[in-house]
Every structure is written in C-alpha cells, then in structure tokens.
Ligand binder design. Structure first.
Ligand SMILES: Cc1ncc(COP(=O)(O)O)c(C=O)c1O
Length: 386
C-alpha cells in the first residue's frame, strides 16, 4: 500500500534527536529551528520526559475515561498553577483541531447560539468547524462549508464593534490566535483582545483563545493572550503540550458548567498522554523555559532585525517571522540543504522560527551566523549574475 500523498516532504529520514538537534540516517546533524512545527517545547528526548513516559508505559499505558485517572487531576492542578487560573476546568483530547472543535461546541452549548466570529488569515485546524473557521478556502471541502462563521479583519476594533452591534445576540463565540502562526506571524494587539473581552462580556458570547501554536510558553508568557491582561473563556492547547506526544486540551472558565456526555473522547487524557504533559510542565518550570523563550526570542529578533534584505521581523518569544525578498527566495532551502538547519515557512515569503523553548544561546548564535552568511552568498551570487 502507498501512503496518501498529502505532504510535500523533504527527503530526510530522522533517526535520532536530542535537545535542539536531530540526526538523519546518514549521521548528519541538523539544528531544529522549526521544532517539528512548534511541537518540541522542552527539547527532543528530554531525560525527564523519556523517564516519565517509560515509567508510565511500564505501569499502564491506557485505560478509558470510564475510570478515574489521577494523572489527569495532577495535570489539571499543574496547569492551574502555571497559568494562574486555578479555578478553570480541564478537558483533554488529542489534537489542536479537536481542541478547537470542542471549544466551539462548548461555546454553542453554553450560549444556545450558532454564530462564530473568526479573523482573516486565521488557521484553526482541518476538521469540520475548525476548518470552516480557517481563512483558507482551499482547505475547506464542500461538506465543511457553513454560514455560521463570519471572517472579520484582524486587529480591526471598529469592524468588530460594528459586527457585534448588529449581530451580538447571535454570536456564540469569537475565536482568535494570540499570534497567528500559519497566517505568517501576526500579533493580535492587546487592545483588540481587550475589545473582544469587553464585547463578549456585553453580549454574553464566549472568547476562545486558540493557543495551540502561540501558547505553552512559546511567546514568553504561558499564553500569548496573557499580554492583554484579560482572561479568555476557553483556551485551546496542543502542540507544545506533549513535546511530540499527541495530547491536547481546553481550559474552561468556571462560568461554563459541565454536563455528562456534553464532550467526550476515547483516547483523550489517557495515562501516557498525561505523563507526557506532566513531564513537559515540570521541565518548563524547573528549567525556567518561558523566560528562556523570551530572552532567546529577543536576541534573535534584534540580530535578524539588523540583517540586510530581511524585513518586517516580528513575533514574541520563540515564535518569530520575517519577510524574505524574492531575490533571496532560496534562503530557506539553502539553510536546510547547505547548513542543515530546519526552519518553518508561511506562504508566500515568510520564514518562521519555532524552535524548542530550551534553545541555547550558542545554537541561536549558530543559526544567526549561518543566516548572515547565506544572505551574503545569495547577495554575491546576485551581483555576479547581474
Ligand atoms: C493556531 C492553530 N490552531 C489549530 C491547529 C491545528 O492543530 P492540529 O494540527 O494538532 O489539529 C494548528 C496547527 O498548526 C494551529 O497552528
């Protein structure tokens, strides 16, 4: 049987990984400034993570949500502490899209309404409502098309206010990434997030903070939405939560009350997934990784901001984007194939950096040196051709 060919892949086979590095089957080392798409939070194969998972696997790997799973309660307690939202409630699932599906469903149950506000360039996942709330028609199959989602311009307070004034009583939820990832690294302004909070309060709608890519410490705060100083009603989380183990969840405001069978999943919150998520939070705390993300992010953004040709350097913590001109369009490819450095991209011309929050200064410096040299080489090449 062949694999269903939906991913444009690089012909690289990774066989080993440690910290911010991976090795291929030929023994070649790569610097991972992409974090496997913002997933590697504490670094590859962190010893505490490997120990926790191994220990749990030797005890019990899985049992369903029909029994008590104390690891879920432990995880909820740790999350309550690190986010400073101990009165929120935790529902666990398996992926980012599923977290957003559950968030939207819960908002609809709670409000009894159907309409959702999302924003231009948003990405919320590839299933059902999550993909309907994603502003990329090429991802939306005919069966996902719905008239319950309205896309408004990002960071436009006036457009939001006008929409609420006209339709506020029908709006179940506003869903927004604190920093748009797939859309190209765009920060939701603090005033815009506060506006969402106040309009949701006024009209009884639910504010959903999609923190799947920008959450879990990546921005230099636990949730990038925290920069606005207001609470959302639901935070969706995935990616960095399990450092590669598929675990996701939503944190739910105490004002939303649970009812049996309202939400559910077979695999969500299983013993192994909780072990991974607990290990991640322990390491984030013990190694002070949120502050490290903030410090490494500032260093990278400052240095990249001073490089020629690269423009619009933006982001927070270790969620960084910059624009690459057409004349340098081979830059990302050269970083991978000549320098063995993984980076991310956003179409058409953005390089995205999403490394582990444990990125070390010398690795950040190696990346900056390689970036600078590759820019110079492309520049020289351009001058000899012209
Ligand atoms: C902001 C955001 N929301 C949701 C998702 C979907 O997550 P998953 O691929 O785990 O379903 C992603 C994935 O890139 C994302 O970046």
């Amino acid at each position: 049987m062949k694999l269903f060919d939906v991913y444009p892949i690089n012909d690289i086979t990774i066989t080993r990984a440690k910290g911010s590095h991976v090795w291929d089957d030929k023994g070649q080392q790569y610097l991972d400034m992409y974090g496997g798409h913002a997933v590697i939070s504490i670094g590859h194969t962190h010893p505490n993570y490997v120990d926790r998972l191994t220990e749990q696997l030797n005890q019990v790997g899985f049992y369903s949500n029909s029994v008590r799973i104390p690891q879920q309660e432990h995880l909820a307690e740790l999350l309550g502490k690190i986010t400073n939202k101990p009165d929120f409630q935790l529902f666990l699932c398996n992926s980012g899209a599923e977290a957003n599906e559950n968030a939207l469903k819960l908002a609809s149950f709670h409000t009894g309404r159907k309409q959702v506000v999302a924003f231009r360039k948003a990405f919320h996942g590839r299933t059902s409502l999550a993909v309907a709330a994603t502003d990329n028609p090429s991802l939306v199959a005919p069966i996902n098309q719905t008239d319950v989602i309205t896309f408004l311009p990002f960071n436009d307070e006036q457009a939001l206010e006008e929409h609420f004034t006209a339709h506020g009583e029908e709006i179940a939820a506003v869903i927004i990434e604190g920093i748009q990832g797939v859309g190209g690294i765009h920060i939701a302004s603090e005033n815009f997030l506060r506006k969402i909070r106040s309009l949701c309060d006024r009209f009884g709608s639910i504010y959903i903070a999609d923190s799947i890519q920008c959450g879990y410490g990546r921005s230099g705060k636990f949730f990038s939405h925290d920069f606005a100083g207001v609470d959302a009603d639901i935070y969706s989380m995935a990616k960095g939560m399990g450092n590669g183990f598929p675990v996701a969840g939503i944190m739910i405001s105490p004002k939303i009350k649970p009812k049996h069978a309202m939400l559910g999943t077979t695999f969500g919150g299983n013993h192994l997934a909780c072990a991974a998520a607990i290990a991640v939070l322990e390491v984030i705390e013990s190694e002070d990784l949120i502050n490290n993300a903030a410090a490494m992010g500032s260093l990278l953004m400052k240095e990249i901001g001073e490089m020629p040709h690269l423009t619009a350097v933006r982001g927070r913590g270790l969620m960084i984007g910059f624009d690459v001109p057409d004349t340098m369009k081979d830059l990302r490819k050269n970083l991978l194939w000549k320098r063995r450095i993984f980076t991310g991209e956003a179409k058409p011309n953005v390089i995205r950096l999403l490394p582990s929050l444990a990125l070390m200064k010398h690795d950040a410096q190696n990346f900056l040196d390689a970036l600078k040299e590759e820019i110079q080489l492309l520049e020289q090449h351009r001058n000899t051709v012209n």
